[in-house]
Design a protein. Structure first.
Length: 615
């Protein structure tokens, strides 16, 4: 029972708007009443410690995720430590890496060989057998909370696996379940969709529909053919998916990554992305969280250009996601490495710096997916770079074929029709560390390590939360083993989803090894980020022209503290002229005083300069 009346108070606060949106979308009062009843039950079932956590977080107004000591790491449970209990046993390593937010990559039940890395869920209430059980998950989140670590998981809401119970029943022709997906038996309609809906996986899974012979119908499958798109026009789908969400939230999850969220509403004649109803649904999810489990926050996965990403934060007073990925900045970062030109990146950083400070971005260099070259080609055009040939250059560069590059990796969804391809590889391999080790070239190795550290230092300088991709902290290389696995060979994203190498991780204590240089280098940067107040999310952030297109300068200011970061994106020495003339600056890494009228940076070098008269 809700003796404190907390649930009712929160419900009261949001009820008007929730009802308005629900009825506008579904016009179904019975289903709304059912939703509220279920929400109440989930609240009642919620663990007392989680409720306390909710209340603390409600009171601190989101400070917990906005502070500058958040550092994330995303990892695959099996690659990292076999199963959930294995990850629990390795918690010391996670702590040693300074990480206080662990993203466990998809771990719910899925069918081997038809799992899309776990993004084809066959049961939202069951952990994949080889990874453990729901009890293990609960134990893990409890352990993390004791250690002040937050846990993030994926909520794959756009689709289910074809082996999900609903899909199985739909396959028998049961109308109740068919109505939970998008079934069509008319080729004309499919053609009409295909005219306006772009393909996500043009070569690995072309088309947007899959034929289901048992019932002589096609089902919409935006991603792989075994990932059936859910029909959110059906309120039963929305309600049930919210119950699954709350069930998982009650296992102690702090951050829900809502996967592929722009795709959840479909309309004939549109691109079936970012439709208004998507925002209604995300807004309702936000309110449902705030009523049942306000300690849980939403991380939206919107892999699109900035003007499409930002609306997912919602409006003042009507927020949607708490956090979003800074995807264009990530792609622009690698573009700067390939072109030795930071102009586009600088422009992108200025756009982000101009957004309200409550917008929290997740910054990253690499994640489990490919890098899509969704850059601002209008601006690049002004610098003389044309879209198709530039994309080709970027891919050739990172394949190690062009532009004096030492990078290694593979193309992803190389589409002969659009001439478009994306790129896969680990940070270390893209920085040239793999090639340097293979060729036993110490000079190339040093350059690769410097590039890798500079990129992390620059990432830490951005506003928001930095997230490491597990293995990057020790320079994990591309892993070609996936090519021997029939279920993975067709998907080059597995090249950067290799097993964590615990033997190499032992080297983090051995001076001068790649692992030690990177791990220790990152620790130093994390310490600066944690202790310097200019790194809080509310700080001002801006960029400065250095007079050299290869050298990026970012400033941060908060409550009297000022830090200027300088980053050399080239293999040459560069000089930054007159970045400041307001006093003396000291480098936070070496402690040396630096003359800001003329600063010379070594190849892929960087400085974090703090104004001297700061507190
Ligand atoms: C997201 C995931 C990606 C997956 C897709 C389909 O984009 O990051 O790995 O393939 O959703 O679920």
């Amino acid at each position: 029972m809700d003796m404190s009346g907390t649930f009712e108070k929160r419900l009261h606060k949001h009820m008007d708007e929730l009802k308005w949106l629900y009825i506008e979308l579904y016009n179904n009062y019975d289903m709304l009443a059912e939703l509220i009843d279920e929400m109440r039950s989930f609240y009642e079932e919620r663990d007392i410690d989680l409720k306390k956590r909710d209340e603390l977080r409600e009171r601190d107004g989101g400070k917990w995720y906005k502070s500058n000591d958040m550092l994330g790491m995303m990892l695959y449970i099996d690659n990292f430590a076999g199963n959930i209990n294995g990850v629990s046993k390795k918690i010391d390593y996670i702590e040693k890496a300074n990480v206080n937010y662990v993203h466990l990559m998809p771990f719910l039940d899925t069918t081997e060989g038809k799992s899309d890395g776990g993004y084809a869920v066959s049961d939202f209430r069951k952990v994949r057998k080889d990874l453990g059980t729901m009890e293990d998950l609960e134990k893990f989140t409890k352990l993390c909370h004791k250690k002040n670590i937050n846990v993030c998981m994926d909520y794959v809401m756009n689709h289910t696996s074809e082996d999900h119970e609903w899909a199985r029943r739909a396959r028998t022709g049961d109308g109740e379940y068919m109505s939970r997906y998008y079934f069509v038996n008319n080729q004309e309609i499919i053609n009409e969709y295909d005219r306006t809906v772009p393909e996500v996986f043009p070569t690995t899974a072309p088309g947007n529909f899959t034929f289901i012979p048992e019932i002589d119908h096609y089902v919409m499958t935006t991603f792989y053919p075994y990932q059936w798109d859910l029909n959110y026009k059906n309120p039963r789908v929305f309600n049930e998916m919210m119950y699954n969400f709350l069930y998982l939230a009650n296992k102690g999850i702090d951050i829900m990554r809502i996967d592929a969220v722009p795709y959840i509403w479909k309309e004939l004649g549109t691109t079936c992305r970012n439709l208004l109803q998507v925002h209604t649904i995300v807004r309702m999810m936000r309110m449902i969280c705030e009523i049942v489990c306000p300690g849980v926050i939403l991380l939206g996965e919107v892999v699109m250009e900035p003007e499409k990403v930002v609306p997912y934060f919602g409006y003042t007073g009507k927020p949607e996601c708490h956090m979003l990925y800074n995807v264009t900045t990530m792609a622009s970062t690698w573009n700067s490495i390939a072109t030795r030109d930071i102009r586009l990146l600088k422009k992108q950083l200025d756009i982000v710096a101009g957004l309200p400070k409550e917008y929290i971005f997740l910054n990253y260099l690499r994640c489990h997916d490919d890098i899509g070259w969704g850059l601002d080609y209008e601006t690049l055009g002004r610098y003389g770079m044309e879209q198709i040939s530039h994309k080709r250059y970027l891919n050739d560069f990172f394949l190690g074929y062009a532009g004096g590059s030492n990078s290694r990796g593979e193309l992803y969804n190389d589409d002969p029709v659009t001439m478009d391809a994306r790129f896969c590889g680990t940070t270390a391999s893209m920085c040239g560390i793999e090639r340097a080790l293979e060729e036993q070239n110490p000079w190339m190795l040093r350059e690769g390590i410097n590039m890798d550290l500079m990129l992390h230092a620059y990432m830490f300088m951005q506003s928001g939360i930095p997230v490491l991709y597990s293995g990057d902290e020790i320079g994990q290389l591309n892993d070609n083993d996936y090519k021997n696995d029939v279920h993975k060979a067709g998907d080059s994203r597995y090249i950067h989803r290799g097993k964590f190498d615990w033997d190499k991780a032992k080297n983090i204590d051995k001076k001068g090894t790649v692992e030690e240089l990177l791990f220790d280098g990152l620790l130093k940067l994390e310490k600066i980020r944690k202790t310097e107040k200019a790194f809080v999310s509310q700080a001002d952030m801006w960029t400065v022209d250095t007079g050299d297109n290869g050298c990026l300068c970012i400033g941060r200011y908060y409550a009297g503290d000022k830090i200027m970061g300088l980053f050399n994106f080239t293999e040459h020495e560069v000089t930054a002229w007159n970045i400041e003339n307001d006093g003396e600056y000291r480098d936070l890494l070496t402690g040396k005083i630096v003359d800001t009228r003329k600063i010379t940076l070594s190849p892929y070098g960087f400085y974090l300069l703090k104004k001297r008269d700061c507190a």
